[in-house]
Design a protein around this ligand. Structure first.
Ligand code: HEC
Ligand code: HEC
Length: 443
């Protein structure tokens, strides 16, 4: 929009400059050709009580010429310099926008490192935070670590206004607190703006996002693939042993590392092949459980929790129990019915999707896919009886919504529209969303 305005302004400035220059050229030619024209009019007698002024000879030569020339020079300056100055104006405006954007980004980066990185990791790459779970009366139940999502794709899923809502009000009862003044937090509107501008600057490119989503599901099947391919598994062990054995021998270390990379590449290709051969619903399950790129962290109870064991590490911190490990199972059994059962899709921040809930909400898989593609919006109904809630909290997975409702501000913040005019794709492909929906409709 402002690019268009800039070119109109530039054209106008150019037109005025051309008119001014051509005008002066005509004026000069006219005066050179018609120089020395005879004077018209008669001499006027001087009143007797007045002192004679300079004679015509003097007035009509150097004096007059000086006045005319200085008038002309001033006119030229005004007529030519102004449009020329104006020509540079769009560039200066653009430069100012970029300057203030850079300033917002770097101030936001400072804020982020100071207040958010402790949980979201340096550069917003994700992390964990130690917290505890309590019952409704606030009594301590257990210490846990809460997985904190990376923020490097958040603007693919949430519009800027939705991110602002999350920053303003937090996401109770998770450890994400209210930061903005509207929610009673310590940050001013401008500081929240700066944070959003910073978050925009750390968003991944579409091909990186695609890769991250794939990496996540490949990691989930890795152990199964290795178990199903004993040959590959023993080659992996051998390759790892060779890396340890190489020690300080540089040539051996390099060869061992190259070999390990080749084995890893083969594991990856075998995993991708395995994923392609799964049923749509099974692939959907992997995508559903895919960390910040999936659904479980909001729809499965305690998906973001990592239980900590009673014993301490040598450094004094608690031992985090691996997800799905026997130790974790024992801790969960010990806590008994004090914590919610981790039923997949059983409902957490997002609603319960089990027992055919999504079949009642969406009559067809297409309607269901449509909703997951565009997500919810504040106050807008969906499906048969759904209602988008405070700020629109169900993310959009199939279209980029970063500037869905940023209206006027898109000139500064626009995220989804790339400089070449193309629009960023969503975080998941249509095929991936269809897989997830096949899984969800069976819950
Ligand atoms: C005490 C730890 C903590 C701090 C500090 C923190 N956050 Fe969070 N944040 C979280 C957790 C945990 C979540 C995910 C909550 C959930 O499970 O739904 C989250 C979620 C978010 C989300 C939504 C991400 C998504 O994909 O759902 C955004 C955006 C966000 N935080 C931004 C920030 C910013 C900006 C700051 C600094 C002003 C900040 N957070 C500080 C813990 C924290
Ligand atoms: C950041 C949290 C979050 C994530 C991640 C998330 N959802 Fe949701 N989801 C919600 C919330 C909250 C709602 C309720 C609607 C609203 O208020 O926006 C919802 C609603 C839904 C509904 C409608 C349920 C009903 O009966 O009304 C479906 C279906 C759904 N989500 C599927 C998914 C799928 C599929 C994914 C992963 C690709 C996913 N969700 C990821 C928070 C989340």
């Amino acid at each position: 929009m402002h690019l268009l305005a800039a070119s109109t302004q530039r054209n106008l400035g150019m037109a005025i400059a051309v008119v001014a220059i051509v005008g002066f050229a005509i004026y000069l030619i006219y005066n050179v050709l018609w120089a020395g024209r005879g004077e018209r009019g008669s001499e006027v007698e001087l009143a007797p009580n007045r002192k004679p002024y300079l004679s015509d000879e003097e007035l009509e030569t150097s004096k007059l010429d000086l006045a005319l020339v200085s008038g002309l020079v001033t006119l030229v300056i005004i007529g030519v310099a102004l449009p020329l100055y104006w020509l540079g104006e769009p560039g200066r405006q653009q430069g100012y926008l970029e300057f203030s954007r850079d300033q917002f980004t770097s101030r936001g980066a400072g804020q982020f490192e100071e207040r958010c990185a402790i949980c979201h990791g340096g550069g917003g790459l994700g992390g964990t935070t130690a917290t505890s779970i309590t019952d409704d009366a606030g009594n301590f139940i257990a210490a846990i670590e809460w997985d904190v999502p990376a923020l490097t794709t958040v603007l693919y899923r949430f519009s800027e206004e939705e991110v602002r809502h999350i920053l303003d009000y937090g996401r109770p009862p998770t450890p994400m607190q209210a930061w903005g003044a509207p929610g009673g937090g310590p940050l001013t509107t401008q500081q929240v703006d700066e944070l959003i501008q910073y978050i925009q600057s750390i968003q991944l490119d579409p091909d990186e996002v695609e890769q991250e989503v794939l990496d996540g599901i490949v990691l989930q099947v890795r152990d199964d693939v290795l178990a199903a391919n004993p040959g590959l598994n023993s080659r992996l062990n051998d390759a790892n042993d060779a890396v340890s054995a190489a020690g300080a021998d540089e040539a051996a270390a390099e060869a061992a590392a190259r070999n390990l990379a080749m084995v890893e590449q083969e594991i990856r290709e075998t995993s991708e092949q395995h994923i392609r051969e799964l049923t749509s619903a099974d692939r959907g399950e992997l995508l559903f459980n895919n960390g910040e790129y999936g659904c479980a962290r909001c729809h499965t109870p305690r998906d973001s929790w990592r239980f900590t064991g009673p014993e301490s590490t040598p450094g004094g911190g608690p031992v985090v129990l691996a997800k799905g490990s026997p130790e974790e199972a024992a801790e969960i059994a010990r806590l008994g019915n004090l914590i919610p059962a981790g039923i997949p899709g059983g409902g957490a921040f997002g609603p319960n999707l089990t027992n055919g809930a999504t079949l009642r909400q969406f009559d067809t898989a297409e309607g269901h896919v449509g909703f997951v593609t565009i997500g919810s919006e504040e106050g807008i109904g969906y499906g048969n009886f759904g209602q988008g809630d405070g700020g629109g909290q169900m993310p959009a997975f199939g279209v980029c919504v970063g500037d869905r409702d940023s209206s006027e501000r898109s000139a500064i913040h626009g995220f989804c529209t790339l400089e070449d005019g193309n629009v960023r794709p969503g975080m998941l492909t249509a095929a991936q969303i269809a897989d997830i929906v096949a899984y969800e409709r069976g819950l």
